[in-house]
Design a binder for this molecule. Structure first.
Ligand code: FAD
Length: 290
């Protein structure tokens, strides 16, 4: 098992994809089929697996992180949030990952429960992702720790400046790299990188990209959909094939554009479906970018 920082320090492109732990048997079949296809067709440097909203996927995240690592041979970064766990429980989870040979972890706060606008930590738990980073650094050695960054500013942040200051706090607590929330306008990401550099953030920043399936789905995570993309989606109408083509084309263009701007690592949100990501990577290979 190798720390992600090792991949990020090499002078060549780094590709990662994100899975989520399925809830039921058909979801289980879907993730396994996607993992097989991703392994064969993309062979990413690492993959990540989310920790469910509400903190309810502790066992499932661990189970699927182990399957992805042991059965598919991926370098896996499990996500962990502060939601619903005491400090002691968080330490138990991290210890279990370390004992099983994981050396990468994505440290997050997690979202408030749906319908609520503020996050309430567990009475014996941690209020912010930075506290989780510190907990890991104070109690373990050898972990590469990812944290989340928001090119369009975290929705609960009091201001963009405060959000950046809190991100710097996560870096100072010991984060190794940042993966961003998804965005569809490269200018937003590149501006964010500049602002991070201005704030003294000097760890790698990995752009998070999601091949778009519908404007509605994308708007759940991302406020700004460029007019050109919105128009292409509108022109595709209800035709799933055309919409898929718009999604693949846009992500391909985003990665190519970011590469031109000197970015080397890319994270794709794939929602346990391999098809569009595989297509994007194939096009990058065909055009000699990868
Ligand atoms: P934090 O960094 O703690 O920030 C939360 C808010 O508090 C921000 O507004 C920030 O500005 C503010 N803040 C931070 N530190 C301080 C401080 N010291 N004092 C005052 N204010 C502060 N959610 C899941 O449930 N499971 C996942 O697996 C998951 N994976 C994700 C992966 C990525 C790449 C991203 C971008 C998000 C992911 N999320 C996931 C969503 C994430 O949990 C939410 O966006 C959540 O609302 C914030 O988490 P955070 O780690 O960014 O929190």
């Amino acid at each position: 098992n190798r720390p992600i920082t090792e991949f990020l320090s090499r002078n060549r492109p780094v590709i990662s994809v994100e899975f989520f732990p399925p809830k039921d048997e058909s979801g289980g079949e879907q993730i396994v089929a996607a993992a097989k296809e991703i392994r064969e067709q993309i062979d990413p440097d690492f993959v990540s697996i989310t920790y469910g909203a509400g903190g309810g996927t502790r066992e499932r995240t661990y189970r699927y992180a182990s399957i992805l690592k042991d059965e598919y041979g991926f370098e896996v970064m499990p996500h962990l949030t502060c939601v619903g766990s005491s400090r002691e429980e968080l330490l138990e989870i991290i210890s279990a990952y370390q004992a099983a040979g994981f050396c990468n972890i994505m440290a997050l706060r997690g979202d408030p429960p749906s319908g609520e606008s503020t996050f309430t930590p567990h009475p014996d738990g941690l209020p912010y992702a930075g506290d989780l980073v510190k907990l890991i650094r104070d109690n373990y050695s050898g972990f590469s720790i990812g944290v989340a960054g928001y090119p369009e500013v975290h929705p609960e942040a009091t201001s963009a400046e405060d959000d950046l200051c809190h991100l710097k706090g996560k870096v100072d607590a010991g984060a190794s790299f940042i993966t961003t929330q998804l965005f569809y306008d490269n200018a937003n990401f590149l501006e964010f990188v500049k602002r991070c550099q201005g704030a003294g953030i000097d760890i790698p920043i990995i752009p998070g990209l999601m091949p778009i399936r519908s404007a509605k789905q994308a708007k759940r995570f991302c406020q700004h959909i460029p007019a050109e993309l919105e128009a292409a989606l509108e022109a595709a109408g209800d035709d799933p094939k055309k919409t898929r083509e718009v999604g693949v084309d846009w992500t391909h263009r985003q990665i190519a554009g970011l590469m031109d701007a000197g970015i080397k690592a890319f994270h794709m949100y794939i929602m346990n479906r391999s098809g569009m990501a595989v297509e994007v990577i194939k096009r990058l290979r065909q055009s000699g970018r990868l």
